[in-house]
Design a protein around this ligand. Structure first.
Ligand code: TRP
Length: 363
């Protein structure tokens, strides 16, 4: 069986470091590993509209931002098919069929949906489309016969639901769909990078993000204002690492080589941590190291972005041809699905002949 990746993001804002450690970095590695036969990266604009129906301009503007972020982190359209969800209408059709295989209470139990309903104040009136997005996500995944879905842990309930739908579909209609597996980030820090304010997650609405497209000045300013240890009042007092943003970020990004280059007094992060908890190490030193480490990661991304920004029509071309290619794959799955569901009337000569015969013979 072919190994196929499908994953994607809602175009509701520029991508940030949380996306980078949680998924983008991994995607590029997987892309370049040569271990996968096909890779599909989807800009989930239809899903973004499920909770931004009144703000289509926001979605429209961010499709290109997300595409630029993808290209600038190193996703390569020659190796990965980058496409736009609304331009593969087969996905909507498939979602409609899947809705028959899922109960309302099953979706209501989805913890990610529950959190989002609260966050968006949808408790009193949930748009039906929003409520159904996990089902539509199952169609995104299965339309491409994805075997592997690299996502953050918040997406686990969606993959679980997808697997249930696949099993239910195959049980009822015969073996048709491929059951996908989730691929989580491979270390705990990467699973959830906190915001610069120390809050659980980087989120645009909280204003605690470092964007991949931030300038060096913006990055430095955000790092300098990062939440550290409120009890670490003087350099000499012992510091705490728990919830200390610069250290969590260093956990996610820094290597021993970074120490050799920027802070040779220490061999590695453990030594720096030991000094901090002992007392005698100021937050400024830690933050300065972090700024250097982040710049090393962000500078090439920023550079590539600048180049692609000079060719916006070319980026739209990439999305257009990616969407056409994605559509072929989805159309192939839909042919199989329609046949399995017995709604392929016009392709089924045997059906037409048999019924014609039945009526002719008057039975
Ligand atoms: N739900 C994902 C997000 O919020 C986006 C998404 C839509 C997705 N369809 C998908 C991710 C299919 C993985 C697979 O970012």
């Amino acid at each position: 069986m072919q190994k196929v990746i499908l994953t994607g993001d809602r175009p509701t804002g520029r991508l940030h470091l949380g996306h980078f450690v949680g998924s983008l970095r991994r995607r590029v590695e997987l892309q370049n590993s040569g271990c996968f036969d096909k890779i599909f990266i989807m800009i989930a604009d239809a899903q973004a509209l499920t909770d931004n129906a009144d703000n289509p301009e926001k979605v429209r503007q961010n499709v290109i931002e997300v595409a630029l972020d993808y290209l600038s982190v190193g996703l390569d359209p020659a190796k990965s098919t980058i496409f736009v969800q609304t331009h593969v209408p087969e996905l909507t059709e498939l979602a409609f069929y899947y809705m028959n295989l899922v109960t309302v209470s099953r979706v209501q139990r989805n913890p990610t949906v529950k959190t989002e309903i609260k966050m968006r104040n949808f408790e009193q009136s949930i748009p039906v489309g929003f409520f159904c997005y996990p089902v539509s996500q199952a169609s995104d995944i299965t339309a491409f016969k994805a075997t592997t879905v690299p996502v953050g842990e918040d997406q686990a309930p969606m993959i679980e639901l997808t697997r249930e739908i696949v099993n239910r579909f195959n049980n009822i209609y015969g073996d048709t769909l491929v059951e996908p597996e989730i691929m989580l980030p491979d270390n705990a820090v990467c699973m959830r990078l906190p915001g610069t304010d120390g809050k659980a997650k980087m989120s645009k609405s909280l204003g605690n993000c470092i964007y991949l497209s931030d300038t060096p000045k913006e990055v430095a300013k955000k790092v300098k204002s990062m939440y550290t240890d409120p009890e670490h009042l003087t350099v000499d007092s012992p510091g705490h690492l728990e919830g200390n943003c610069p250290f969590i970020y260093l956990d996610a990004f820094c290597t021993d080589e970074h120490f050799a280059k920027y802070l040779p007094e220490y061999k590695n992060l453990q030594e720096l941590k030991d000094h901090y908890t002992r007392g005698g190490l100021g937050d400024g030193t830690v933050k300065k190291l972090l700024i250097n480490v982040l710049e090393e990661i962000l500078a090439p991304i920023r550079e590539r972005r600048k180049q692609w920004e000079q060719d916006i029509p070319g980026v739209y071309e990439i999305l257009k041809s990616g969407s056409a290619k994605a559509r072929e794959e989805a159309a192939d799955t839909l042919d199989k699905v329609r046949a399995a569901m017995k709604i392929n009337y016009f392709d089924d000569e045997a059906l037409i002949k048999e019924q014609a015969k039945r009526y002719k013979s008057g039975k």
